[in-house]
Every structure is written in C-alpha cells, then in structure tokens.
Design a protein around this ligand. Structure first.
Ligand code: ZN
Ligand code: ZN
Length: 164
C-alpha cells in the first residue's frame, strides 16, 4: 500500500503532491498548488512554502513564523469547498477550503494536544512566469456543512453525528 497523500485527494503521495514538493514539476492549477502547500505544512517543508508564496506578499520574518506554525500545529484534514478559475489558461485563481488541525503545546503543558479546530479560508493565487503562487488569504467564519453531509474534520461521519 502506497502512502496516501496528505492533502486528502485519496491518491498516492508519489502521484499527487510529492512531484511538486520535490521540485520535479510545477503545480498546474491553483487548486493543486494549494493542496501541495497544505502537504508542505504537514511535512514542515518551509522552503516550499516560501518558494510558492508570491514575493510581493511575503513578510520579512516569515521563515520564523512558518517554523513556529509548523511546530505548533498538527494538520489533520483538508477539504476543498470551492474554486474559481485557477486552470491552465487563467492567471488568477481562488480556492476556498477548510483545514482541520490541533494545536500542539509543549511537553510540559497540561494539554499537549488541543481540540480539533478548523481554519476556513479563501486563498488567492496568481500565475507568474507559468508558476502558480499563493498571494494572500481571507479568514472566513467556521464552515458548517449540511447536517447530512460529511464532516469537515475528515472523521468520515456525517456532520450532525460528529460534533454534538
Ligand atoms: Zn496531494
Ligand atoms: Zn467532525
């Protein structure tokens, strides 16, 4: 059994995000770039996260911030909710997603692993020199699936049966 991809595509990692993460190929769509950035967060691949963030939107100390974020977060699930453009012929794209995560505290803290939380974001992408790049994202209020839909956390349960 091959390792499934972090991004929840149900495809093997080697045939999904890995070729992008190791620099073998460029992500062909905004969604595939977004998915590969999620996988990079899971793996702690900070170089990839910096390389795929549009230089005009980066902060001077973002490597430190990313390191801290990677260390303190356990990513659990990715759900892509919608996308606009971001295909081969487009130069811009938008992807809305929910990522489920747990905060990881220090070994000494009373609660080393926090409750499951969600990050609901609408991310913007621009294609520059044939390469898709993340620019910035807008945080959205918590995503609520319909009661009979699958939960955002990736448990496989229906939403109404998952979180009280
Ligand atoms: Zn993937
Ligand atoms: Zn759930």
């Amino acid at each position: 059994m091959k390792q499934p991809c972090y991004c929840g595509s149900q495809r093997p990692f080697s045939q999904c995000c890995e070729p992008y993460l190791v620099g073998e190929r460029l992500a062909p769509t905004a969604e595939s770039l977004m998915r590969s950035r999620y996988s990079a967060f899971c793996q702690g691949n900070i170089d990839y996260l910096l390389a795929t963030h549009h230089p005009d939107y980066r902060l001077p100390d973002d490597r430190t911030g990313l390191k801290r974020s990677v260390k303190s977060t356990r990513w659990q699930n990715l759900l892509v909710i919608s996308k606009q453009k971001g295909q081969g012929r487009d130069n811009t794209g938008v992807v809305e997603f929910v990522a489920a995560y747990q905060s990881v505290g220090s070994i000494l803290s009373a609660q080393p692993i926090g409750p499951l939380q969600q990050m609901h974001e609408r991310s913007q992408f621009i294609k520059k020199d044939d390469q898709w790049l993340y620019t910035e994202g807008t945080m959205l209020p918590p995503y609520q699936p319909k009661r009979s839909e699958g939960c955002w956390c990736g448990s496989g349960k229906k939403y109404k049966q998952c979180h009280g």
